[in-house]
Design a binder for this molecule. Structure first.
Ligand SMILES: Cc1ncc(COP(=O)(O)O)c(C=O)c1O
Length: 432
């Protein structure tokens, strides 16, 4: 017998219907009443139900780098959907999953050899943490702690939340967190000091892994730090058999000017976590890719030494097919040229405004441009909301993080769209 629906809405307006039945992510519903109904997205634009368009200047949380509803991506999904839509990935395999793994291994820094599929950024890092912890467990060592940077963000599952230094709103879960030690970020002047702190933290030999967002911390407010300092930390970790886990969920696939941010650091990680632009905003997917020596520590006669972790949609054929097409797009001449154009335009604009008295600091890494306004603003407070509305009224979707406004444009952004966003930045410097 089917359950007959007893629910009937009294509202016609989508925002009101939404308010009745939906609980949104990262939202305090008592103070945030309004979710903007969108009806379509195309290229760089998102359209609301009234026909207003908004330039998606953060690529829908760093995913839709080749534009929304890209025909090539749609074709990749639809062609795959006609052949094989979904199959359990424990006990079965298929061409798109193998092809994507082969492709990832060929574009990642040297030495990566096994791809573990999952379904979002948090599970990608969660598995990286589990690999590091179980690696030592399988080798009979008691290492129960993870090292992470202050202010890092790695997701919202328990392990990922534990290592995220930004867990200001995670008080309810604090006592259930896994064991984490925190390291300040190197800024060039404190590198030696940070290495000393690290040596002290590592002296009991309890650290299983070190998780970090290479070069730039996204959720912290696009905060950059010193590459040489990071390199020394990684070198030291390797000397202590601490598994280095690069969280490239945000940075992966070109945003920092190289395919992966780890390409810019001499010492490479042992594990790389990927998601977001991996599937270009089309389907949820993550991947945790590791080096052979990690895989080898799980390869044993004892079943219990295996990695007993699964997600229903691991290796989903549609997601694999669209990820392959996304990488094709990334490697195309057109996209590579446009990435260079965006980088150069950012450099010119940065030069123009960097000494503005209202700017506390300005940072550019690849296509990412971030400005800290010289104001004290709560991360989710009123002034932040006013800045958000200021941009929306000008047809630009940005997501300020407190006093930080930043842009991560799709790689298909036109010069005109860049100019529009820069102009809005200029105006905001006059207004606030
Ligand atoms: C660096 C980093 N890691 C992990 C995550 C979590 O990804 P997801 O939201 O897909 O769980 C994010 C999300 O913004 C991120 O920026």
């Amino acid at each position: 017998m089917l359950n007959k629906s007893k629910y009937k809405t009294s509202h016609h307006n989508l925002t009101e219907r939404d308010r009745e039945v939906i609980w949104h992510p990262l939202t305090q519903h008592k103070t945030h009443q309004h979710s903007l109904p969108v009806v379509k997205a195309e290229g760089t634009l998102i359209y609301d139900e009234r026909g207003n368009s908004y330039i998606d200047a953060i690529s829908s949380w760093y995913t839709s780098m080749y534009g929304h509803c890209n025909e090539k991506l749609i074709d990749a999904i639809s062609n795959q959907a006609k052949k094989l839509d979904q199959v359990i990935f424990s006990g079965f395999t298929h061409e798109p999953a193998v092809k994507l793994a082969e492709k990832l291994i060929s574009i990642l820094p040297e030495g990566f050899s096994k791809v573990f599929y999952n379904d979002n950024g948090s599970t990608a890092t969660e598995i990286g943490l589990k690999m590091a912890l179980q690696y030592h467990h399988n080798k009979g060592e008691k290492r129960n702690t993870i090292l992470a940077f202050e202010e890092g963000f790695h997701g919202d599952t328990f392990g990922a939340m534990s290592v995220s230094g930004l867990s200001v709103y995670n008080g309810a879960f604090q006592e259930h967190f896994i064991k984490v030690l925190r390291l300040p970020k190197p800024d060039g002047s404190n590198n030696a000091e940070i290495l000393k702190i690290l040596e002290e933290l590592a002296q009991n030999n309890l650290i299983a892994g070190f998780i970090y967002e290479p070069i730039i911390q996204g959720a912290a407010g696009m905060k950059t730090y010193d590459k040489t300092g990071l390199n020394s930390i990684l070198k030291y970790c390797k000397s202590q058999e601490i598994i280095c886990i690069a969280d490239e969920v945000m940075t992966g696939f070109g945003k920092t000017g190289t395919c992966f941010a780890s390409d810019q650091i001499d010492t490479k990680p042992d594990i790389i976590c990927l998601s977001k632009a991996l599937t270009a905003g089309m389907l949820p997917m993550g991947a945790t890719v590791c080096k052979q020596f990690i895989y080898d520590a799980f390869y044993a006669d004892e079943v219990s030494k295996g990695l007993f972790h699964a997600h229903t949609y691991s290796g989903n054929p549609l997601a694999c097919a669209v990820a392959l097409e996304a990488i094709n797009l990334y490697e195309s001449q057109l996209i590579q040229q446009n990435i260079q154009h965006i980088i150069e335009a950012h450099q010119v604009f940065k030069g123009e405004i960097e000494h503005h008295p209202k700017i506390k600091s300005i940072r550019q890494v690849g296509v990412i441009l971030a400005i800290d306004l010289d104001l004290t603003i709560e991360r989710y407070g009123n002034v932040r909301d006013k800045i958000y509305s200021f941009f929306m009224e000008r047809g630009i979707y940005l997501r300020p993080l407190g006093k930080t406004i930043y842009i991560v444009p799709p790689y298909i952004f036109s010069r005109k769209e860049l100019s529009q966003v820069y102009q809005a930045f200029r105006e905001i410097l006059e207004k606030f």
